[in-house]
Design a protein around this ligand. Structure first.
Ligand SMILES: Cc1ncc(COP(=O)(O)O)c(C=O)c1O
Length: 469
């Protein structure tokens, strides 16, 4: 996610190459002739995502020619440190030799095959390995291409499961306040971000919202765990009354990323699991943003530890190489669909379901986790970045400095509605790709960021804070 507050109206001069402050105004580096050609063509032909396109009259696009490690290069050779892993997908940065080699090898064998009635080696191996990562608690994998599609699948499967077992009154969903689960109609129904949702309100299902355990909202003196317990009590009283019509409760475990890296205590996971069990409601863990080591362990649910009934994965799944998402489910759920009656089956499909190349990229990603012991290596990286970020953590203009795993965030104290946009532009001028969410600045760097690059990231961020906050 997304621009939240970045593309609001504002005055931006496309001025000198330095990108420095110019008479108090943030300016953007002048695009070279090559860059200019691409951005003109792009604006003429491409409708860019999550963007008020008119904002590009003042805010230039950055045409990227190539990537290498944590760096993205434009057509003029300027570089940008991809501190957001390109919308949180490029776990190991760009142009990774091992993922690239695996894809080249797969290209010579099979690029794609229909997954209905056919199967292939990468999808089988990937399903087996993902299931093993859940200690075989979640035994079956259903594939799609994007995060929102995975959420749609989990919601439909949950409803259909209850229908198959004779409980078709269970057709409501519940999510957390400030949740983000994607932007197709079903996923948007369980998303709670007004900016994305309001315009489509008439098209959406209503769903219940439980208080977010975001620990920034705790009372002073209240611990994150106590706050989690207070929020869970509200969840419980809602489900006590509405469990008969509630199919599933969907959460982003440990961190609501799109809400501005809202972190919460693992106690909430444990309580949500217990409450869902008590009232016969499915728990859907949307780990699309937080899976694959982002919060420290491989899955965020391990913080509980808990096992959800459905686990949605995407983004880092293919290392940022190809669109791929998956929903893992318990065997008991799978079995409720297994029947002579066709209509009891899960008759959902996408043309690219289980695309062979995408699955192979995902296998290469899992190989890197194993060969490089990424989870352990990240522990060292986290310590290094935490030490480097110390001057930011104590900066007088920020509050709620927070870190979990490979995510850092802090809220800048500002009343400037243009803050996010100014920070973004000041970042570009300093070779940093940082996309604040409203006044929350965050780092979600690729796991291959080295000490020097980490020092650049934290050092430049501090400079930007001093410059514009
Ligand atoms: C938690 C979560 N769920 C779902 C999605 C939607 O994924 P996609 O953008 O691939 O549809 C996102 C995307 O940011 C997300 O962060």
């Amino acid at each position: 996610m997304r621009f939240l507050g970045m593309h609001t109206d504002g005055k931006f001069a496309v001025a000198n190459f330095s990108g420095a402050m110019d008479n108090g105004e943030i300016v953007h580096p002048r695009a070279s002739m090559q860059n200019e050609t691409y951005l003109r063509r792009s604006l003429k032909a491409v409708w860019h995502p999550c963007t008020q396109m008119k904002a590009h009259e003042q805010l230039p696009l950055i045409p990227i020619q190539r990537g290498e490690g944590v760096w993205l290069y434009d057509f003029d050779g300027r570089r940008y440190l991809d501190a957001v892993s390109s919308w949180w997908v490029n776990l190991f940065g760009h142009n990774h030799p091992r993922i690239k080699a695996a894809l080249k090898d797969q290209l010579d064998k099979l690029e794609h095959v229909i997954l209905a009635g056919f199967t292939h080696e990468p999808v089988i191996e990937l399903s087996e390995r993902l299931s093993a990562k859940t200690n075989h608690q979640l035994g079956h994998c259903f594939y799609a291409s994007d995060g929102a599609s995975a959420v749609e699948i989990a919601l439909k499967m949950s409803f259909h499961y209850w229908r198959n077992v004779g409980r078709s009154s269970k057709r409501q969903f519940m999510s957390l306040a400030n949740s983000y689960h994607g932007e197709t109609l079903g996923a948007l129904s369980v998303t709670d971000v007004a900016l994305f949702k309001d315009a489509y309100g008439p098209l959406l299902r209503t769903s219940a919202t439980a208080p977010t355990p975001d620990f920034r909202l705790a009372e002073s003196g209240e611990s994150p765990a106590d706050f989690a317990r207070r929020c869970a009590a509200v969840l419980e009283s809602h489900l006590a009354e509405h469990h008969a019509e509630t199919a599933a409760f969907i959460i982003e475990p440990m961190i609501q990323c799109a809400a501005g890296m809202a972190m919460y205590d693992a106690e909430y996971l444990r309580l949500a699991r217990a409450i869902c069990d008590r009232y016969g409601v499915h728990l859907i863990a949307d780990e699309i943003a937080v899976g694959f080591g982002r919060t420290g362990p491989f899955f965020a649910c391990e913080h509980g530890p808990i096992t959800p009934d459905f686990l949605c994965l995407s983004k880092g799944l293919s290392g940022g190489y190809l669109p791929l998402s998956v929903v893992l489910t318990r065997d008991g759920i799978y079995e409720a669909f297994y029947h002579d009656d066709v209509t009891r089956g899960f008759l959902h499909s996408h043309s690219y379901t289980g695309n062979t190349l995408a699955c192979r990229a995902a296998l290469a990603t899992l190989d890197i986790f194993e060969q490089d012991d990424v989870i352990a290596a990240n522990r060292q990286r986290i310590e290094t970045i935490a030490a480097l970020a110390e001057p930011i953590a104590v900066h007088p203009k920020i509050k709620h400095f927070r870190n979990r795993g490979m995510i850092w965030a802090f809220d800048v104290v500002t009343s400037d509605p243009q803050f996010a946009r100014k920070f973004f532009l000041a970042g570009l001028a300093r070779e940093m790709l940082l996309r604040p969410i409203a006044n929350t600045v965050y780092f979600m760097p690729p796991y291959i960021i080295d000490d020097e690059e980490s020092a650049l990231l934290t050092g430049q961020t501090l400079e930007i804070l001093n410059e514009i906050a």
